[in-house]
Write a protein that binds this ligand. Structure first.
Ligand SMILES: [Ca+2]
Ligand SMILES: [Ca+2]
Length: 259
């Protein structure tokens, strides 16, 4: 893919973005659009990294505040989810992981069993789960392992838990677990998780809803990568043909800044 002329705007919220786009489409006389900065190309699939996750039993994954993967199978069979990611650093990873558990009892299989959790992740840039990740439990049970009179303790998950700016400074670290402790199923072994460690909170059995967070300052593999963050704020030097044919007042609404 060749280099395409793009002007990377600094943060221009809301209507200002539309105004900027209109200027590029046809600047009024006497109003000069700022010269486009060159060298920012469209990202290609070669710029992405593979992200593989295995959860006992379910997860949703956010990267830099954006939802990028949801486990497509909530319970059984245990599966690996692999997606393409366009990395941008620093990269904040936030994972909501759930063991299969009745929300009223914390148990499974018709309230006859206490299940265990576990989560492992590996990105193609070398990012892996390990004990440096932050972890916090938001629902646990049955309290005390009491299966005769099962009770669950849950906390409301705070707003913005997936966002880079969320304050997790008070959270503890994840605990690493061995493959033997987790006993993952075959899809885990069919996938490259070398170097990654299974993580959970300190209680693999009773902690059923857990959030992990981790910030990656730079690519762990040391490979320099272009920064494609904020693509929604990039105005093409030449507007798309369709935009030129669209009558004034009937233009699509501007896309907001990426979250
Ligand atoms: Ca459990
Ligand atoms: Ca489980």
């Amino acid at each position: 893919m060749g280099t395409i002329g793009f002007r990377k705007a600094s943060f221009i919220p809301g209507a200002a973005v539309l105004a900027a786009a209109l200027l590029v489409g046809g600047a009024p006389a006497g109003t000069a659009a700022p010269p486009p900065a060159r060298g920012i190309r469209k990202p290609a699939l070669a710029d992405t990294v593979k992200a593989s996750m295995y959860a006992d039993n379910w997860f949703s994954l956010y990267v830099n505040g954006e939802l990028v993967a949801v486990d497509s199978i909530a319970f059984l069979p245990h599966n690996v989810v692999t997606v393409d990611l366009l990395p941008a650093y620093p990269m904040t990873i936030a994972v909501l992981a759930r063991d299969n558990a009745d929300p009223r009892t914390g148990m499974e299989y018709a309230n006859t069993n206490i299940g265990d959790g576990g989560f492992v992740l590996k990105f193609g840039d070398g990012t892996v789960t390990n004990g440096s990740w932050k972890a916090r439990c938001f629902s646990r049970g049955p309290i005390g392992g009491d299966t005769r009179n099962p009770r669950v303790e849950s906390e409301r998950i705070p707003d913005g838990w997936e966002k880079p700016e969320f304050d997790d400074s008070g959270w503890g670290r994840a605990r690493e677990y061995s493959e033997r402790e987790i006993d993952p199923k075959q899809p885990y072994y069919d996938t490259d998780f070398a170097g990654a460690r299974f993580i959970w909170t300190d209680d693999l059995l009773l902690d059923n809803t857990v959030i992990f967070r981790h910030r990656v300052e730079a690519p762990p593999d040391g490979r320099p990568r272009p920064d494609f963050s904020g693509l929604s704020d990039v105005v093409p030097e030449v507007p798309p043909k369709s935009a030129g044919r669209r009558p004034p007042g009937n233009r699509p609404p501007p896309r907001g800044p990426s979250r």
